[in-house]
Design a protein around this ligand. Structure first.
Ligand SMILES: C[S@@+](CC[C@H](N)C(=O)[O-])C[C@H]1O[C@@H](n2cnc3c(N)ncnc32)[C@H](O)[C@@H]1O
Length: 306
């Protein structure tokens, strides 16, 4: 069976509605909220132990800070509106408070669907007046007048069901202000030929993460944290055909169909010696995409890169 990534807009999802707030998810097409298959406390404690994840967060934040339209259209952006999708317990959100508040004109809307994660997020972000937390479905976010200058997400794309991915990305593209940016960091599988192969790629990835944990056992304060780390990987690998992880090629196809032009950066892994002659691009990895509205391409390219 081949994976079923839609090639054109499906009727479900973000295109169904426009407005200014996010809606609860429809009962039939569900995103995978975090606490369905992971303990939120374990996730929060252990996610930064996964290989390349801290570098991915930094790359997303710096991609946002470096987006040149903030500079050349400063007068048009008195307030930079940021929306984060799938904020979880606030790992990326928190980094925004460290790094970008020197702008003093950023407003963040952090959207999270999962009630348990949302509770942690809301408590953590409580001191930051410029961050508003919203317990809602990012796929069904209505945008209306509230366009975002930047949409950020970390490790979220694979939680969006395949059947909703195109609508999700199209909604993001349409909701961006003309020179806005979408930055997404996530796990992407190597290319695969069938659903069986996709599941193999998924298992390979999680085995790679477990191997990394084994090699870096000293990172874990207690054996029980390491055990939870392994269990977390096994749970994600155990999703099998229900995984939302796709290849970079499929994701790029969707980005183009959704109306983006984009760049991609592999964050890791780089060292594949342990995997024999495997070519880098034939191994799954964490990548960060920066994407802009295709209809802004000409103007954005006229200005020098940061
Ligand atoms: C792997 S976690 C990443 C959380 C956080 N971004 C981080 O880097 O730690 C994915 C998050 O996306 C959330 N999520 C999945 N689908 C969503 C949706 N449609 N709308 C909002 N949040 C969603 C999950 O509940 C989960 O908290």
């Amino acid at each position: 069976m081949t994976s079923e990534i839609p090639k054109a807009g499906s009727p479900a999802g973000v295109n169904m509605a426009r407005g200014s707030t996010c809606q609860p998810s429809a009962p039939t097409e569900k995103s995978r909220s975090m606490s369905e298959y992971l303990d939120v406390g374990d996730y929060d404690r252990l996610i930064e132990m996964e290989p390349h994840v801290p570098e991915m967060y930094n790359k997303i934040v710096h991609g946002f800070l470096g987006h040149k339209s903030w500079y050349f259209t400063r007068s048009q952006y008195p307030t930079v509106r940021v929306r984060e999708h799938g904020a979880g317990t606030g790992k990326l959100t928190h980094r925004l408070t460290d790094e970008s508040f020197w702008f003093n004109r950023v407003e963040v809307e952090a959207v999270e669907i999962d009630g348990k994660s949302f509770g942690v997020l809301q408590e953590r972000m409580q001191p930051f007046k410029r961050i508003r937390c919203v317990n809602a479905d990012s796929v069904r976010c209505e945008h209306g007048a509230q366009r975002a200058d930047a949409v950020l997400s970390a490790l979220v794309d694979h939680h969006i069901p395949d059947s909703l991915k195109l609508d999700y990305l199209t909604g993001i593209c349409e909701s961006l202000s003309p020179y806005g940016i979408y930055i997404s960091g996530s796990i992407f599988l190597r290319e695969y030929q069938s659903m069986e192969d996709r599941v193999d790629a998924l298992k390979e990835w999680h085995q790679y993460v477990i191997d990394y944990g084994n090699k870096n056992h000293h990172l874990f304060e207690k054996q029980e944290y390491f055990d939870a780390f392994v269990a977390m990987q096994e749970a994600a690998a155990g999703l099998g055909e229900r995984t939302g992880k796709i290849s970079t090629k499929e994701y790029e196809n969707l980005l183009s169909l959704a109306g983006f032009f984009f760049s991609r950066e592999r964050i890791g892994p780089w060292d594949l010696n342990r995997y024999g002659d495997c070519e880098l691009e034939n191994f799954s990895g964490i990548h960060v995409y920066r994407a802009w509205r295709a209809d802004a391409k000409e103007k954005l390219e006229r200005y020098p890169r940061e």
